[in-house]
Design a protein around this ligand. Sequence first.
Ligand SMILES: Nc1ncnc2c1ncn2[C@@H]1O[C@H](COP(=O)(O)OP(=O)(O)OP(=O)(O)O)[C@@H](O)[C@H]1O
Length: 244
Amino acid sequence: MNHNHQQGLCEIKIKELSVKKGGRQLLSGISFALDCGQLTALIGPNGAGKTTLLRALLGDLPYRGRIDYVRYDGRPSRAQIGYVPQLLEFDRSAPVSVLDFLAAGYTGFPVFLGVPQKVRAQVEQALGQVGCPQAIDRRMGELSGGELQRVLLAMALNPLPDLLALDEPFSGIDQRGLKDFYALVAHLRDSYHMSIVLVSHDLQWVREQADQVVLLEGGRVAAAGAPEAVFGTPAFRQAFGEGE
Ligand SMILES: Nc1ncnc2c1ncn2[C@@H]1O[C@H](COP(=O)(O)OP(=O)(O)OP(=O)(O)O)[C@@H](O)[C@H]1O
């Protein structure tokens, strides 16, 4: 992975973003910036609009307002975005191996022709990086929740994105795996100057690791800023209670 992010994006500016679906206003007046090299945590109660916001960022949902990708040289740009969904619905009985899945994604080439040794080596390296090398020859349908999320992360990291969007990436991961996964996210941010936006309900981790926290409530930004500032707001206490 030798993508020079210092030459690439520096900021993603979201201005007055709103999303309406089926006659319902799901998001309104969302404005904040995502800096490269920073981890932004999206927090908020169930149904606050976190996943909807990620999907708008990915260009997966129509929205009003602006999302501007700003490069270091000031020119507008498109961003390469990697995405790990909260849940992937797929046919668990399909005879697709992890190798097939990642090789097809990386090369765009039909895997029934066989996977060249060079591509297998690339997949091995990517799985090693996400701490899941043992999964290479297993069927996708046999993976545990945590393994599946790591495989999806390996997919999202190739090609190396400017913005990595993770929707509750820790939900399927056990305690031991969690520490490695946290370390991997911090490593990606620090080593590749990547902008990471992550939906998480793990408030303790968010408090310790996020550079910026955006609290969504009812489709609006209820508070945004450094973790300590956001965790100290009445809006935070209202959303999560006094005990946090
Ligand atoms: N396709 C859709 N059509 C209509 N309403 C939708 C659609 N998708 C989501 N919603 C509604 O939008 C609101 C926000 O949902 P969203 O999934 O973004 O919340 P969330 O903050 O990610 O919640 P959670 O923490 O439970 O994952 C919810 O009230 C949901 O019912």
